[in-house]
Design a protein around this ligand. Sequence first.
Ligand code: ADP
Ligand code: MG
Length: 253
Amino acid sequence: LQQKLIHANKMTSLGTLVSGVAHEINNPNNFIMFNSSLLVDFWSDIFDHLDDKTPGQSIGNMTLAEFRSDIEELMHGIINGSERIKNIVQDLKGFAKTESSGYSERLNIENTLRTSVRILEHQISKTTGNFIMDIAPGLPDVNGNEQKLEQVFINILMNALEAVASGDSLVEVKCYPSAGKVVVDFTDKGVGIPSDHLDRITEPFFTTRQNCGGTGLGLSIAYAIIKEHKGVIDISSTPGEGTCVRIQLPGCE
Ligand code: ADP
Ligand code: MG
């Protein structure tokens, strides 16, 4: 019995576990990043030196220039992979941070939305001159965790901003009460989502933004959090026209 009790005491929350794993991955990954960047410089010095000494020489059946470009490509592969790990760890930390807090605060979603938008203020004004926020009066309160819901709104808004890329394409946040629920619509007139991607985008690690730091964790985290709040997310999209992400959360009595 005693052993069982000790075991129970040591059980950690998912948040603590994820945060621990993220930390343990981050440390060796930092070594990889740091050492790779040193190696890149190091190789570059070696090649410069060889080139100076005996211009136009070859190693085996490759010219020095070909050899150099192959090595640089391999090094970039390592650095890109490492950067991807860094982004995933960062997203996991964001998730872990919200996991540790309980969630039965009574919240005003308007405040939560305004905080999320304030956090992204800089990115918003950099991305579009056509950002609209429209919050109807008479919203019921919602039972939940403010930090987690902020994370959801931020993840969805970031996707919208990435989808419109730049210019004056519309990004709109609309919030209104409906039959005792709070509805939030995030609409963007961005690239849209191909229909064969629609049912995959909430899978963890599904991303079409591999090359610009995407991890594919944003929407899966949003889904998990909204589910915990007994809410629903619906995503509709037309490629080339835009996307609407609708969140519905049950209101308090
Ligand atoms: P990430 O943003 O890291 O790629 P997400 O889980 O946030 O991961 O999104 C997964 C994928 O869903 C994105 O890579 C993108 O292809 C698609 N997506 C999500 N939101 C939008 C949007 N508003 N417009 C177009 N595509 C979107
Ligand atoms: Mg995202």
